[in-house]
Design a protein around this ligand. Structure first.
Ligand code: PGA
Length: 246
């Protein structure tokens, strides 16, 4: 079993003083038995890098352009993220798939440009409540993941995958450990068929991970850590979740 990974997704939250306090608390809580990262708004990458440089804590972004460079006003390239020392970038978060009409193909291209610049994509997949109720969970997550596998080819084993049921994100409604494990096992099998190296790949669970449910989720055989939204903004909660993973 490899080291677990816990990633905080700050979404569009934060301020310079609040970030400084949160990062200082994380630094003070080290060492962690898990790898720990924060995915912050672009404008805070520079100061996050400055705060965490020299520590083993990692940072990343929440999205990336599928283009290398050019006339794409408002977009941020993978090369720019690499320049900021990003270890990770979230791609295909459900808030982007739903709110910005990101297709499976677009998400796959974003994962590819990130990897090409040495930034590990954390590819988010997950079903809506209607899809789950219709019995389509497996088909949906497999379709989402297969687009990325196809695009990355032999590099597919380099990505991190995050299973985030849409109905569990920010709702306080978490998938049960059994529900999450069942989907993780499906994803692991799909990754194994594609790469032959799935045992060494990291599959995170996300969706209302909190200090009181993290340990049970992380105890599942195919859950290798968490992608944490709301609870990653509270230092004590995020630290407790990081400790639950290690
Ligand atoms: P949540 O968000 O922990 O607030 O549910 C998770 C995510 O969107 O990555």
């Amino acid at each position: 079993m490899h080291r677990p990974l816990v990633v905080g997704n700050w979404k569009m939250h934060g301020s310079r003083p609040a970030n400084a306090e949160l990062l200082a608390a994380l630094l003070a809580a080290r060492p962690f038995a898990a790898d720990v990262a924060v995915c912050v708004p672009y404008v805070y990458l520079h100061e996050t890098a400055a705060a965490l440089a020299g520590s083993e804590l990692r940072w990343g972004a929440q999205d990336v352009s599928e283009h290398a460079q050019g006339a794409y006003t408002g977009e941020i390239s993978a090369a720019m993220l690499a320049e900021c020392g990003c270890r990770y970038v979230l791609v295909g978060h459900s808030e982007r798939r739903a709110g910005h009409a990101e297709s499976d193909m677009l998400v796959a291209r974003k994962a590819q440009v990130a990897l090409a610049r040495g930034v590990t994509p954390i590819v988010c997949v997950g079903e809506t409540l209607a899809e789950r109720d219709a019995g389509h969970t497996e088909a949906v997550v497999k379709r989402q993941l297969s687009a990325v596998i196809h695009q990355l080819g032999h590099c597919a084993a380099e990505m991190v995958v995050a299973y985030e049921p849409v109905w569990a994100i920010g709702t306080g409604r978490t998938a049960t450990p059994e529900q999450a494990q069942a989907v993780h096992a499906v994803l692991r099998a799909q990754l194994q068929a594609a790469t032959g190296r799935a045992a060494s790949m990291t599959i995170l669970y996300g969706g209302s991970v909190k200090p009181d449910n993290a340990a049970l989720l992380f105890a599942q055989p195919d859950i290798d850590g968490g992608l944490v939204g709301g609870a990653s903004l509270q230092a004590a909660d995020f630290i407790a979740i990081c400790r639950a993973a290690g």
